[in-house]
Design a protein around this ligand. Sequence first.
Ligand code: GDP
Ligand code: ZN
Length: 311
Amino acid sequence: MKGRVIKSTGSWYLVRLEDGTLLNCRIKGKFRLEDEKLTNPVAVGDEVWTEREPSDGTAMITELLPRRNYISRQSPRHKQARHIIAANIDQAFLIATIAYPRTSTGFIDRFLLTTEAYHIPAHILFNKLDLIEGNTLRKLEAIEHIYRSIGYPVHRLSALNQQHLEKLVDLMTGKTTLLAGHSGVGKSTFINAVIPGVQQKTAEVSRVHHKGTHATTFAEMFQLPGGGFVIDTPGVKEFGLLDIEPSEVSHYFKEMREVLDKCRFNNCLHVNEPHCAVKALVEEGKIHEERYRNYLKILEDCKATRQEQYD
Ligand code: GDP
Ligand code: ZN
């Protein structure tokens, strides 16, 4: 039967079949060899074919359907390897907070670089609205302005007080939404608010099947009551840099991408080259200084990563 992987711990895969039943599967050995650069051959969100072994009732994933897209990060153990966080994603919600904890624009911009590179529409959700007042409110407005003017949808909410959730639920209905954000910003609270009772269910699953494994560091997919799925990515601190050339970085900054053909040099890195359209817009205030500073930082990291790979 066909199904979708909703949880994985590296050796076990929990698959939700089309009729709604959950099946705990292993994968056939051959999957492991297909792409040596991937540390996990099957990821949360993958569509798969499964088969039950008549003799002992165990189940296997026998086939992986082509992915529409996926998000990956560098494997913590092998620099050259990629770990797929989730696949077949319609949109990404980044949960951010102005305070308790503070999400930096650097973090937001790294996330947006990733979603741009994978062509996944991104929304920014500012949570803990109930804690915001005075100074922090002005900060929130300033940051919202940066991202709105680039064209990213920005939302405010309080997951704890269940404020402003309806519109977000509407946006998620019928879609697969990847949820990301620093630990402590309220991802679990948000999931509990939009899927009542979900916590209990996941606890059951992990008790039975994932004893002694690091279940919390893996992405997990939850079904929304009105249809659609949310993928939580606990423990994913940074989506990390993709394997990209330094000259590609500006292609993933939406407001820079639009003017790149106007730079004199087509390999312009927009640092100190003459006749640079990006820098001109920064000076005119049309590209936000903070975005530009974050761009420069990401560019430096990207160069360093490249260097490491050649060393
Ligand atoms: P996660 O690490 O992203 O999953 O964050 P949690 O959902 O565990 O939330 C971390 C802490 O922030 C918890 O103590 C939550 O109760 C709290 N929290 C989450 N959302 C809100 C909110 O909207 N307002 C306030 N005041 N606290 C919140
Ligand atoms: Zn330039």
